[in-house]
Design a protein around this ligand. Structure first.
Ligand code: 0GY
Length: 295
C-alpha cells in the first residue's frame, strides 16, 4: 500500500471545532466539502500538486452532525485527480444524505458516467487555478460538458478573479447551470463596488444559469479568523442580489491552508451575517442546494 506524507507547509483541519452559536435550519446542506483518502485506501493521484492530510468520510459525517447539517455535497478535490473512488465510497455510505461533484477526463466512458450518476454525482468540476492543476484548452472541457449535459448535470468551475476576463466567452457560453466556487475568489482588499468584483456581479446579472458558493472566507480573508470581517460584504452582496442562486459550504477539510486551521463552528457563525434573514438563510442552506442536487 502507498504511504503518503502531508506537505510540510500544510495545516490539517481543526481537531475540535466549536459548536456554532447559529443553529442552522433543519435540513441544511453543507454544499462544498471534500474527502481526502485515506491515502492507504484511496491513493492520491500521481499528478496531484499537493499531498493533504487524510480526511475521510467518517470525519466528514461526524462534522456534519456536530455542526447540525443534514446533508453534504462532496466535491472532488484535485489531489484525487479524476479518480473518484473516495468520493463514490463516501456517497454510497451517506445514501440520500449526500450528493457529489466529480472530476472526469474526456476519455470517460458512458458506463462510468452512469455509475457516477447512480452513486449520486450531479455535476463535474473544472479547476482553472494554476497552483492546483495545469488548465487545458476550452475545447477539452466542452467535449465533456456536451456529454454530462445529457445527464442533467451541471458544471462547477474554480478560478482566480483574474481568469474571469480571459475565459469570459467560454464561461458564458456553457449550456448547463454553472456554479462558481468561492465567489470567483475576489481580492477582498478591493472595494466591494469596485471593477473587479463588479465583473463577477455582471457575470451573474447577465447569465441566469450562473450560481455561486459564498464560501471560503478562511482563504480569501486578509484580516483572518474568527470573524473574517473583510469577506462578509462580498458574500452578503451576492446573497442579497442573487438569493436563488447561492450555495454555502464549509470547504472542510480546508485544503492548502498554511496560516491557520479554520474553526468550522466559527465559519457557521458567519452565515447569519451574510444571509441576514431566516428567509435568505432557508434559500441558501436548503431550497437552493435541494433544487440543484436532490430534485
Ligand atoms: C477548495 C479550494 C482549494 C483546493 C481545491 O480541489 C482542490 O484541490 O479545490 C484551494 O486550494 O484553494 O475549494 O477546496
Amino acid at each position: 500500500m502507498p504511504e503518503f506524507t502531508m506537505d510540510p507547509a500544510w495545516i490539517c483541519y481543526h481537531p475540535a471545532p466549536s459548536k456554532p452559536a447559529f443553529t442552522v435550519p433543519a435540513g441544511a446542506v453543507d454544499a462544498h466539502c471534500h474527502v481526502f483518502g485515506p491515502g492507504d485506501v484511496f491513493p492520491y493521484a500521481p499528478e496531484r500538486k499537493y499531498t493533504p492530510c487524510d480526511a475521510g468520510k467518517d470525519e466528514l459525517f461526524a462534522l456534519r452532525d456536530h455542526l447540525g447539517f443534514t446533508r453534504n455535497v462532496i466535491v472532488q478535490a484535485t489531489c484525487h485527480g479524476a479518480d473518484n473512488r473516495a468520493l463514490v465510497d463516501a456517497l454510497r455510505t451517506a445514501g440520500d444524505r449526500a450528493r457529489g461533484v466529480a472530476t472526469v477526463r474526456d476519455t470517460v466512458s458512458d458506463a462510468e458516467l452512469s455509475d457516477l450518476h447512480a452513486a449520486g454525482v450531479r455535476g463535474v468540476r473544472f479547476n482553472f487555478v494554476r497552483r492546483l492543476v495545469d488548465p487545458k484548452l476550452d475545447a477539452y472541457y466542452r467535449a465533456i460538458i456536451d456529454r454530462i449535459a445529457l445527464l442533467g448535470w451541471h458544471v462547477v468551475i474554480y478560478f482566480e478573479a483574474a481568469d474571469l476576463e480571459e475565459r469570459w466567452d467560454f464561461f458564458t457560453s456553457l449550456p448547463t447551470i454553472v456554479v462558481v466556487d468561492h465567489m470567483g475568489r475576489p481580492d477582498v482588499t478591493q472595494p466591494v463596488d469596485g471593477p473587479e468584483f463588479g465583473r463577477f456581479i455582471r457575470l451573474m446579472d447577465s447569465h441566469e444559469n450562473v450560481w455561486t458558493k459564498v464560501s471560503c472566507p478562511e482563504r480569501l480573508s486578509k484580516v483572518g479568523p474568527p470573524d473574517y470581517d473583510d469577506v462578509v460584504p462580498f458574500a452578503r452582496t451576492l446573497v442579497e442580489r442573487f438569493p436563488d442562486r447561492v450555495l454555502w459550504g464549509t470547504d472542510w477539510p480546508h485544503p492548502n491552508m498554511t496560516t491557520h486551521a479554520p474553526d468550522d463552528g466559527a465559519l457557521v457563525d458567519i452565515i447569519p451575517r451574510i444571509a441576514t434573514t431566516p428567509a435568505l438563510q432557508h434559500k441558501l442552506l436548503i431550497d437552493n442546494p435541494m433544487r440543484l442536487y436532490w430534485a
